[in-house]
Write a protein that binds this ligand. Structure first.
Ligand code: ATP
Ligand code: MG
Length: 438
């Protein structure tokens, strides 16, 4: 028996009272069986969407995906997604079912689901309904397709990446037949829209098991990101234990926290063509290739630029003894970003031969120095200065870009320790700059 939120219980009861079957399905059931708190609760019912709407007459109902049989009923403040049982249809394009057919049978609905671990239904009345052995697979921590994996991947090509994603996130092993079918059908993945691919890929790279999935299914990953394929077999310049550049990439990723921007930066941090590795402006090339990959995958502009910035500054040397240099970098890039850059640098070193681990001490010291800068509230931005544009105007400077330049000069003076961040010394400093330039 699982404890359900009141609203879900209410929805299941109302549908039952009207003579329909209703169950909780998908991720929530899987999570509850694993003893984890469930997040989004999906309800499946034998009622058609119109029948569901009739049952919830008087409630606010949003027709979120009515074509696919989903309506959202608002219970109190709580939105509950209710989807009518569906039967698997043919998929001519490998992406969308040709027609959506509703069914009165729960088994049809569970049979169209991707993985056994996602194909268990639960209701307080019936307990778990598990026609495909999902509970045993959850207990044995196995990812397995419902039915014949080759057929299931042929229907909906995204499923092969979903199997990899769930294995990575749940730390489950992919069953042998499913594994073989992923490799065999890997070319399918190139037909899936970049948005759908990217959304699964993001979750995959943040999973606890990302390292082994990226390693074992590199053939799939290389189809999605050919820029990584050239790393395979490319020897590391530092000659570390015969590992190639792709292995270094995957190791680096596994040493970062499971935060999306860090993981993506690790994944793409060495995406320079091996043949071009001695180009003069290597970091710019990396940055550009990573940007191209992310834009192609329809990553948001904000995430793309934050990932690219980490990659760019990963190649910029930092000296933990040079506090002024660190403050300048933090001022230019942002303190949070600089701390993330240090995390990436650390992972990059950890993914190298242990002979290089001596570099970790300096990186840790630089990270600590950045934390100190952050904690001390050091001025890193003109906004943090004890003077503003109006104070400079009061010195007789006419409005215009020169005010911004003077504020930046004042900031640089504070960062370099030439002047304290206090009003009168700053005004004196600015006046001096003014007379120098007069
Ligand atoms: P989580 O939300 O934790 O990622 P989930 O299992 O709820 O996990 P969703 O992507 O939200 O995953 O999908 C909900 C359910 O819908 C799945 O559990 C699965 O039963 C079914 N499903 C989703 N996508 C597919 C698909 N491409 N093919 C078959 N079934 C699918
Ligand atoms: Mg879900």
């Amino acid at each position: 028996m699982f404890e359900l939120p009141f609203e879900i219980d209410h929805v299941l009861n109302k549908l039952n009272e009207s003579g329909y079957e209703a169950y909780l399905v998908g991720g929530a059931v899987r999570d509850m069986i694993m003893g984890k708190p469930a997040h989004d609760y999906d309800v499946a019912t034998s009622a058609t969407p119109d029948e569901t709407k009739a049952v919830f007459d008087g409630y606010r109902v949003v027709e979120t995906g009515i074509r696919h049989g989903t309506v959202t009923v608002i219970v109190g403040e709580y939105p509950v997604e209710i989807t009518s049982f569906r039967r698997e249809s043919t998929y001519s394009d490998g992406r969308h079912p040709d027609i959506v057919t509703f069914s009165r049978r729960l088994e049809d609905d569970l049979g169209r689901r991707d993985l056994t671990v996602n194909a268990v239904a639960y209701s307080p009345k019936t307990g778990c309904v598990d026609p495909f052995g999902g509970i045993a697979d959850i207990e044995k921590r196995i990812i397995r397709c419902v039915g014949d994996p080759n057929e299931r991947f042929a229907e909906d090509h995204l499923r092969l990446l979903r199997a990899m994603r769930f294995s990575s996130v749940l730390d489950f092993v992919i069953d042998e037949d499913t594994r073989a079918a992923i490799h065999e059908n890997r070319a399918y993945i190139t037909t899936v829209s970049n948005e759908r691919v990217f959304s699964e890929l993001c979750r995959l790279v943040c999973g606890v098991n990302a390292k082994s999935i990226l390693h074992e299914y590199s053939d799939v990953i290389f189809l999605l990101i050919p820029e990584l394929a050239v790393q395979k077999g490319c020897e590391r310049e530092y000659g570390d234990n015969g590992r190639d550049l792709y292995e270094h990439t995957v190791n680096c990723l596994s040493y970062t926290e499971p935060l999306l921007h860090l993981r993506l930066a690790a994944l793409l941090h060495d995406t320079v063509k091996p043949s071009g590795a001695d180009e003069t402006d290597v970091c710019r090339i990396r940055d550009t290739i990573a940007g191209n990959v992310l834009r192609r995958l329809r990553c948001s502009a904000a995430l793309t630029s934050s990932v690219c910035r980490l990659i760019r500054y990963n190649d910029v040397p930092v000296d933990h003894n040079d506090m002024v240099g660190l403050k300048r970098l933090a001022s230019k890039v942002g303190i949070k970003t600089m701390k993330d850059v240090m995390k990436l640098k650390r992972a990059d070193v950890l993914a190298e031969d242990p002979r290089h681990y001596y570099r970790l001490n300096d990186l840790n010291a630089a990270y600590d120095a950045l934390c100190e800068i952050e904690e001390n509230g050091v001025a890193l931005n003109v906004r943090d200065l004890a003077i503003g544009g109006d104070d400079i105007k009061a010195l007789g400077v006419r409005p215009g870009p020169v005010i911004g330049r003077l504020l930046h000069a004042a900031l640089d003076g504070v960062i370099s320790g030439e002047v304290n961040n206090e009003k009168s010394p700053l005004l004196a400093y600015v006046s001096e700059k003014l007379s120098e330039n007069a």
